[in-house]
Design a binder for this molecule. Structure first.
Ligand SMILES: Nc1ncnc2c1ncn2[C@@H]1O[C@H](COP(=O)(O)OP(=O)(O)OP(=O)(O)O)[C@@H](O)[C@H]1O
Length: 344
């Protein structure tokens, strides 16, 4: 094999690599006589994002999605595990190096009303991640702001306005422009469209897709809505109580979900996917419940749970070619009929 062939055959370096990430929070003591309780927000999460690819992270409220996003952004240190961007462990970097590395990864938050400072002009808001990296002359800065505003479908003149002059969808475009200004490789978007009307959601997701095509961006897209991540992601990780319980390509997950929890999430997708998955009549809303003391954390809610599930926690394992699942009954779940697709 020639050197060139070897290079092209070598697997590409992951853009982001998260290994065995765990985060525990200690809650304030209820009284002097009680031990402080701990929340295991994240429990041994391992994931990779390749350059130009996107990972969707779905799960109900409290499953650990935002904690995962904060750790990936190095906004807090994990209890254990590592977060590496292009092979460099973010939590081992000296503060100055981490500040410079932040050029490569930016975040878009859920609330387009709360995340933009109402007293700042759009120019200042959008320029902030760049000015935080060091001095830059005013004219170049305004040119750069105008360019990213155009990239997200806004006008140069918008830079001298204030956030209250824009709709929710436009504000989310401004938040995306701010994330783009440092020309990042990765954007972590935490529920970027859940505060928007459905019609506006599609516009923002389409914009994110166009930007990905144009700049080879990667996204980590956090959402409670499978339909949203399905649109934009190459891979979906389903989280339950701080663990990834299933991970695979969207088409595999929809057609052959191997975890009963993923099936419950698909069941709750409110809109028809291209393949025609619809909400099942009378489907129960997914609420949080206490985890089992031992065994599979999903066992107390699982229609397939047996004694083995209640006693032994399933490890994440491969089923099929690239599909990962943590369920003792994965093979049986995969061959169940597709989630009900009722007419109308
Ligand atoms: N700073 C904190 N201190 C204590 N507990 C926390 C903290 N942050 C998160 N938690 C707890 O960790 C668990 C995971 O929370 P997280 O916000 O990551 O979930 P989520 O899936 O993003 O939920 P949501 O969709 O509601 O934002 C929850 O039980 C939450 O109460």
């Amino acid at each position: 094999m020639t050197v060139l062939e070897q290079a092209s055959a070598a697997p590409a370096t992951p853009l982001l690599e998260v290994t065995d990430l765990a985060q525990r929070y200690t809650l304030p003591r209820e009284s002097l006589f009680k031990a402080a309780a701990q929340v295991h927000a994240l429990n041994g999460v391992t994931a990779q994002v390749m350059p130009g690819k996107s990972l969707g992270v779905v799960g109900e409220s409290g499953s650990g999605k935002s904690t995962f996003a904060r750790l990936v952004m190095a906004l807090e240190r994990p209890t254990s595990g590592t977060v590496s961007l292009l092979g460099r462990d973010l939590n081992q970097m000296p503060p100055d190096e981490l500040r410079r590395a932040r050029r490569d990864f930016q975040m878009v938050f859920q609330d387009p009303y709360g995340s933009l400072d109402p007293r700042q002009t759009i120019a200042r808001i959008v320029a902030e991640p760049l000015t935080a990296l060091g001095r830059i002359d005013r004219n170049s800065l305004r040119e750069r702001v105008a360019a990213v505003l155009r990239q997200v479908g806004l006008r140069d003149a918008d830079m001298d306005k204030f956030p209250h002059e824009f709709s929710g969808g436009q504000r989310q475009r401004i938040a995306i422009a701010r994330a783009l200004i440092t020309q990042p490789k990765l954007i972590v978007a935490d529920e970027p469209v859940s505060a928007l009307d459905v019609s506006v959601q599609a516009q923002v997701l389409n914009l994110m897709q166009d930007l990905q095509d144009e700049f080879g961006l990667s996204y980590i897209l956090i959402s409670h809505d499978l339909a949203v991540v399905d649109l934009l992601c190459d891979e979906i990780a389903v989280m339950y109580q701080g663990r990834i319980v299933e991970q695979g390509r969207p088409a595999d997950l929809f057609a052959r979900s191997a975890h009963p929890y993923t099936r419950a999430l698909i069941d709750a997708v409110p809109r028809a996917r291209a393949g025609g998955i619809r909400r099942r009549r009378g489907a129960q809303p997914i609420g949080s419940q206490a985890s089992a003391a031992a065994g599979c954390p999903y066992a107390p809610r699982c229609p397939m749970a047996d004694q083995h599930c209640r006693e032994t926690a399933p490890a994440l394992r491969t089923v099929g070619e690239v599909h990962l699942v943590a369920c003792h009954h994965a093979e049986a779940v995969m061959v169940l009929p597709p989630v009900v697709t009722e007419a109308g």
